[in-house]
Design a protein around this ligand. Structure first.
Ligand SMILES: Cc1cc2nc3c(=O)[nH]c(=O)nc-3n(C[C@H](O)[C@H](O)[C@H](O)COP(=O)(O)O)c2cc1C
Length: 437
């Protein structure tokens, strides 16, 4: 159904719209399920990784990032999934993306210490912290090194800017990367993180490889080949860290691009119908390597961002209704949880739902449709919502309105955060970088 902006004033009105759309988004009567501990997690609320583009050029964690994570810890979320951190300099998404090395280790250590301390001081518990280790591949924008680096040439992505074949990474280059995943995991453990995510979503390098159906050699063709680097990354992290250190992955369940250019479809030429066949095989390989927690996502933030994060305002108006987008994400997560009952699956893409995100998340957790609920844009807008929700003090005026200004700031090369709710810092930047003079 056609796109429209969010306008639901009551739960009844919201339910009516869901019915009209045939969008299956469950709503619990109360949100208590979100505040039940799970293993070492004090509650079920996860703050998703959100790049602030605010690190030092040397890869250290910047002051604004530290401020963000302290606010998030004080807000009460049980798990903070630290933003994408590069494993190698040529894989940095921007010249200020954090990069964990022996030289920057101290800044990461200081950050983790201060963030955990802030949680303990305010709430009596420290959030669990997982570092997202990444190679940005096609979206690498480092300074002074040739970029981008792609898994294969892709006419869907290169319509306006064709790439030369020398931008395709060689098998030899890919062979060199597991060592860096292992090293990043080892340093993350040293820094005090509780786990590492071998990032495989949103069409950054590992995620793009999953759809390298036509790439020749040992990283293309069969699923085993396409998943080779992801699995080796997990194995390298296993070898480099202790048993209790969490090894996990943020995985694209579905790219929403037609075969042979997208992972998670039914493998018929030109089809973009979601089909979890290969996904289920891949997840069984991950669980076989000790992965017990899986974060999820779909789509790509550049070419089909409405799949990745349904919005009211964005770079284009999609054909799809945003609630259909949220329902797709929920369907994928429920299917995976049903198929792998021992796996703790994290739901994603809920921020669009405003105040209905919390009963939706609670319904998913209550029913076993997901073990945990992740919030990305909401963590920028309203980092204190977990405590406010638990105490019955949720303030609707503070909620994310899916306006995409955080993305606009990022695309304009600025540091980013919530322009509407964290005005003092980000509104002046928005005026400078994004508004016409
Ligand atoms: C500004 C911005 C930065 C992001 N940075 C990351 C990131 O570093 N790693 C990642 O996996 N996803 C990243 N995402 C995606 C979010 O984690 C999340 O999947 C997306 O916003 C949808 O969830 P939501 O509806 O809760 O916002 C980013 C999204 C935005 C808007």
């Amino acid at each position: 159904m056609k796109h429209e902006t969010f306008h639901y004033k009551s739960r009844e009105e919201f339910r009516r719209k869901l019915q009209e759309l045939g969008a299956d988004i469950p709503l619990a009567e109360d949100t208590g399920a979100l505040f039940k501990p799970l293993g070492r997690l004090p509650n079920r609320i996860v703050f998703q990784p959100m790049e602030g583009c605010d690190g030092g050029t040397d890869g250290s964690v910047g002051e604004l990032a530290l401020r963000r994570y302290i606010r998030e810890a004080e807000g009460g979320a049980g798990l903070l999934w630290f933003e994408a951190v590069a494993i190698v300099p040529e894989g940095r998404a921007n010249p200020r993306q954090p990069w964990l090395t022996e030289k920057t280790l101290e800044s990461f250590q200081r950050t983790v210490d201060q963030v955990k301390e802030a949680g303990i001081r305010k709430n009596g518990y420290a959030p669990v912290m997982i570092l997202q280790a990444t190679h940005s591949g096609r979206y690498s924008r480092p300074e002074g090194v040739p970029a981008p680096l792609v898994a294969y040439l892709n006419p869907l992505f290169e319509k306006n800017a064709p790439l030369l074949p020398d931008r395709v990474v060689s098998d030899g280059y890919l062979d060199s990367l597991p060592e860096y995943y292992g090293k990043t995991a080892m340093l993350a453990e040293k820094a005090g993180f509780d786990g590492v995510d071998i990032k495989c979503c949103h069409r950054y390098l590992l995620s793009e490889l999953l759809s390298a159906y036509n790439r020749p050699g040992k990283y293309g063709g069969s699923l085993e080949n396409r998943a080779r680097l992801l699995l080796q990354g997990i194995e390298a992290a296993n070898a480099a860290t202790g048993r209790d250190f969490i090894k996990t992955c943020r995985l694209n369940l579905y790219d929403a691009f037609p075969y042979p250019f997208g992972f998670g479809t039914d493998l018929r030429e030109g089809s973009d119908r979601r089909d979890p066949g290969e996904l289920n095989t891949l997840v069984s390989w991950l669980t076989g390597r000790g992965v017990g927690l899986l974060n999820t996502s779909m789509g790509n933030p550049y070419v089909n961002p409405h799949v990745n994060r349904p919005y009211d305002l964005g770079g284009y108006t999609p054909e799809e209704h945003p609630l259909e987008g949220v329902a797709r994400m929920i369907a994928g997560v429920r299917e995976l949880s049903a198929r792998f009952p021992e796996l703790s699956v994290i739901a994603s893409g809920l921020s669009y739902l405003r105040e209905f995100a919390f009963p939706a998340a609670a319904a998913l957790v209550e029913s076993g449709g997901a073990a945990l609920a992740g919030f990305g844009r909401e963590s920028f807008a309203y980092p204190a919502f977990p405590n406010d929700l638990r105490e019955g003090k949720l303030d609707r005026k503070k909620l994310c309105v899916a306006c995409s200004k955080c993305t606009e700031l990022m695309r304009a090369g600025s540091v980013t955060g919530c322009v509407l709710q964290d005005k003092e810092i980000y509104l002046p930047l928005y005026r400078t970088h994004c508004m016409k003079k």
